[in-house]
Structure formats: structure tokens, C-alpha cells
Design a protein around this ligand. Structure first.
Ligand SMILES: [Zn+2]
Length: 265
């Protein structure tokens, strides 16, 4: 299994990251993507990618839509330097956000499209956040989609017509622990509409602890944090939703994640 979207560099995991990676491996997770969110955590992503680990760690560097304010003037050059130093790395987590307008929407869009253009120039997969503004995101991506080597939509939850639009843009759709919540109808309907060969699994650890999931137990982690070891729970929920075998869902989504991230088996 491959966890297509985590933030394992998160400072809240200091002191327990090795335990978290061991638990992930024991749960059958063989690889994960660690997504950066701002220049402040790119060194953490790079350190994770360089460290010995029982799980393959694929790095991604980017500016999340919540952190578009107060960027250093040279942020895009620094991002490019991270990409050049990590030839296989993805560009993420980038995007636009309709939930929490920490940055004003025009600035979010400017920061997003600058990163998409850089990803095209450096031939990298992008990992995109589009919470509550998937339609606007589809419009923004349209001029770029054909030139992107890979497009991953994180925590995807949009209606059927948009699934078709993003399918035509070549997207992979990453779904997470919200699937374990029977009340999350939007997420379930989206996952039901997407063919298995376009789906990926994610935990978004250390956030988004799924219903019934195991929080990180090791001190000094704060209580209630999610971990990649909960990925089988997401695989089980997706398999049940689609009436498929859990092992087949785990294998297909793992294969697809490795392909879009360029990680060898
Ligand atoms: Zn995330």
C-alpha cells in the first residue's frame, strides 16, 4: 500500500516519527509521499527523504493555499532549488481553498499557477488541494493539464460532472479517512463515481484521524494524531463502497501512486 498524501515532516511528530514509520511498515504500507506546505517545512521533507526508513518516503515541495501570505521574496527560486536537488520530487501540496480563506483568493491563485508552471518546466507531478472550490480549480488547471506529467487531487470530494472534467485532465483522485465516516456522502459519491484505475489512498497524517482509526500512541505526540498505519482502514472502506476485494484495491492504488510519483516497486 502507498500513502499518497502525508505531512510526516510535521513538527508535532518530533520524537515519534520512527515509531510511526515502523507502525506503517507493520500495517503493510510500503511507501508514502511527504508533502511540504511552506518554505518553513521543506528542510524537514528533505531530511525525511534522506533518512533511512522502513517505508519508502517520496518528497514533495510546495506552498499550501493556507500559507500564501508572507512568503519570502525568493520563495519560487527556493522551491526550484528543492526540485533540482530532488530530481524525482513532486510539487505539492499546492492549490486553492474555499474553506478557510487565510490568504486572499487572487493571491492563492497566483501562488498556485506559478507552482504549476514551475512543475511543467521541471516535468514534475503536482499534488493539488481544492477543498470546496473544485470547479474553480478545474478551470484554473485547464490550460496546463495537458502539459503536466502527473496530476494528483488530494482529499477529492466533488460531484460527478467534475469527476469527468478532471478525468479528461488526466487526474488521479486521492481519497482518505473521510470515507470511513458513513455521513460523508459527498466523499462517498465521488469515490463511487471514479474508476479504480484512477484512485489513490491517503491518510493526510498527522491530521484527519479516521473514525475508528488508531491515534499515534507514542509520547511526546499530542493526542488524536493520525498515522499512515491507518491506511488499511481507508482501503477497506473504499473496497466496501465499490464492492471490490480489499487486497485488489490496495494493490491497484499502490501501483498507481508509484507510477504517478515515479517511485520504483
Ligand atoms: Zn495535506
Amino acid at each position: 500500500m502507498f500513502d499518497a498524501h502525508t505531512h510526516l515532516q510535521d513538527a508535532r511528530l518530533a520524537g515519534c516519527r520512527e515509531d510511526v514509520l515502523r507502525a506503517a511498515a507493520a500495517a503493510g504500507v510500503t511507501g508514502l509521499c511527504a508533502c511540504g506546505t511552506s518554505p518553513a517545512d521543506w528542510d524537514g521533507v528533505a531530511a525525511l527523504a534522506a533518512a533511512a526508513s522502513p517505508v519508502v518516503i517520496h518528497p514533495a515541495f510546495g506552498v499550501h493555499p493556507w500559507f500564501c501570505d508572507d512568503l519570502p521574496a525568493d520563495w519560487l527560486e527556493r522551491l526550484d532549488a528543492c526540485l533540482l536537488a530532488h530530481p524525482g520530487a513532486a510539487v505539492g501540496e499546492i492549490g486553492i481553498d474555499g474553506l478557510r480563506r487565510a490568504s486572499d483568493p487572487p493571491r492563492q491563485r497566483r501562488v498556485f499557477t506559478a507552482q504549476v508552471e514551475l512543475a511543467i518546466r521541471r516535468r514534475r507531478t503536482v499534488i493539488v488541494h481544492g477543498a470546496r472550490c473544485w470547479g474553480a480549480l478545474a478551470d484554473l488547471l485547464q490550460p496546463y493539464a495537458a502539459r503536466l506529467p502527473g496530476l494528483v487531487l488530494h482529499a477529492f470530494a466533488a460531484s460527478e460532472p467534475l469527476v469527468q472534467t478532471f478525468m479528461a485532465q488526466g487526474a488521479f483522485f486521492s481519497v482518505g479517512g473521510a470515507l470511513c465516516n458513513p455521513g460523508a456522502r459527498r466523499v462517498q459519491a465521488a469515490a463511487a463515481a471514479i474508476p479504480l484505475d484512477r484512485l489513490l489512498l491517503e491518510t493526510d497524517a498527522p491530521d484527519m484521524l479516521p473514525r475508528g482509526g488508531l491515534p499515534i500512541a507514542s509520547p511526546p505526540a499530542p493526542p488524536g494524531l493520525n498515522q499512515p498505519a491507518n491506511l488499511p482502514r481507508v482501503a477497506r472502506a473504499l473496497a466496501a463502497l465499490k464492492g471490490l476485494d480489499e487486497a485488489a484495491v490496495a494493490a491497484a492504488t499502490g501501483r498507481q501512486a508509484r507510477r504517478v510519483y515515479g517511485v520504483s516497486d
